[in-house]
Design a protein around this ligand. Sequence first.
Ligand code: KIV
Ligand code: ZN
Length: 531
Amino acid sequence: MTSDNSQTQEPVQSSNRDRVIIFDTTLRDGEQSPGATMTFEEKLEVADLLDALGVDVIEAGFPIASEGDFEAVSAIAKRVKRATVAGLARAAFKDIDRCADAVRHAVNPRIHTFISTSPLHMKYKLQKDPAEVLEMVTAQVTRARNHVGDVEWSAEDGTRTEMDFLCRTVEAAIKAGATTINIPDTVGYTVPDEYERIFRTVRERVPNSDKAIFSVHCHNDLGLAVANTLAGLAGGARQIECTINGIGERAGNAALEEVVMALRTRADILPYSNNIETSMLTRASKLVSAVTSFPVQYNKAIVGRNAFAHESGIHQDGMLKNAQTYEIMTPESVGVSKTSLVMGKHSGRAAFKSKLKEMGYELGDNALEDAFKRFKDLADKKKIVYDEDIEALAEDGIGHAGERISVEALTVIAGTMGPQTATMTLNIDGQSQTRQAVGNGPVDAIFNAIKALVPNEATLELYQVHAVTEGTDAQAEVSVRLAENGRSVNAKGADPDTMVASARAYVAALNKLMVKRTKGKPEPMTARLKP
Ligand code: KIV
Ligand code: ZN
C-alpha cells in the first residue's frame, strides 16, 4: 500500500481535480450484447437507478433500431430528472431526425452520431472513400446541431484509424458543432500507452480541440478496457463511456463500477472527480444482472460475490487484526453492508419489508405479498434464511405484478424408471388449467406441459441453474432466455425445488414475451393463450 488515501479509505476532496463526465451506455452498448435484451419497464427501472447513481449522461438506446427502442428512449427522456439523455444515431439524416425526436423531451438532450473512420471499415463496411466520409461528418453533425445544442460525434474504430485522417475528421466535427468527441476502441485492440498517445496527439494537432470534451469508449476484447480508459484520461479525455457490470458488444465495455472505484481508491495518483454515489454500485450491478440474466462472475472486481470474501486462514487472521491488510476499499463503500436484521420464521411482514428496503429493493404491494408468502414457506423449510435467499425472492418478484400466467401447482415424476412426467397447473387470466406431459428429463417434461397450456413458438436459448447459498437445502435460482420472432427475453425463478424454480422462470419469460410495449401499453404477442 503506497498512498495515504488508500490507508484511510476516505475519498479525497474534489477541489483541484478535473471533473470527469460519466457516460453510461448500459442501455445501448450493453443492451447490444447478445441475449441482454431488456423489456420496456426494465429499461425504465435501470434508467431511474442510473440517474440516482449520479451518472452524468445516460445513453438510453438507438432510436432508429426499432419502435421499441424509440419508445424506450423517449420515455426515459421524459422521466429522467437530472442526467443528460443521449440517443445514438448513424451518419444518416433519418437516424439523426429520429434520435432528435426521441430525446427532445429530456431536460438535457444529446444526439450521439458516429461513422467509421478506419481504412478497413471505410473500405469494407461503408464502401466509401475518406473524402466522402469527411463530408458526411460535417453534414451529420450539422444536422444534429440543428436539433440540439449537445452533440457527440464518434470516430468508430478510432484506434485503428490513420492519425492524419482522424485529426481531419475530429476538426471537421468540432467545426460543425460537436461538443464531445469520442475516440472509441471499437474492437478492444489498443493498449494503454497507445490510447493515451492517440488522445495527446489529436488534442495537440487539431487546432479547435479546446472547443470539445474528449471521450473514451473501450471494449474489453483483450481485457484492457478499464486500463485503457484510465490511460485515455491521462491523454486528456474527460468523459468516460462505460456500462454496469461491463456488459456490451462481445467481451463488453469498461465496467463503470471498476473505473469509478479505481478513481476513488487511487485518488492519490488519479486527480479526477466524478458524481457517482459508490454505495449504490452493488445495487446497480444486481439490477442489471437480474434484468439481463447475465450472472456476475464470482471473482468480478468490485461487485462479484467474492470481491470482499476472505477464505484463507492467513488472510482471515490479517483481516481480524486490521481490515486494511487485505482490503483496499471497504465493502460499505460499494454498498455491501452487514445488514442488521436477521430473518427467520418468526419475522413479520413489516420486518420483511424493512429488510428488503435495507437491501435496496422496493416491491409493489402484490409482489411484496407474494415474496412474503414465499419467504414464510422458505423459513419453514430452511434452518437459516440468508440475505441471498431474500434477494433471490425479491428478484423473482420484480416486474411480475399484473402478469397473466402464474404457476399454481406442479408434480414431477423423475428418476431412473421414466418416462419423466410433469403435471402442471397454471393460472391463466384468472383460470386454473392443468396439463400433463412427458419429456426427455423432468425439466423438458415441465416445459412441454407449459407449452401444452400456453402454445408458443419460442425457442429456449438459455437454461441455467445456480444455488443461491450453500447446502443441500439451498434455493435454486433458474435463469431462462426465450426467443421468438427475433426478440429475446430473460427471466429468473427461485425456489428450494429446482423443478418449481424452472417452471417459474419459464413462465416469467413467457409473460414477458406476451407483452410488447407500444407507446407504453401492453399488447398481446405471438405467445397465444388458450381460450
Ligand atoms: O464501440 C463503438 O465504436 C461504439 C460507437 C457507436 C460509439 O459503440
Ligand atoms: Zn461500443
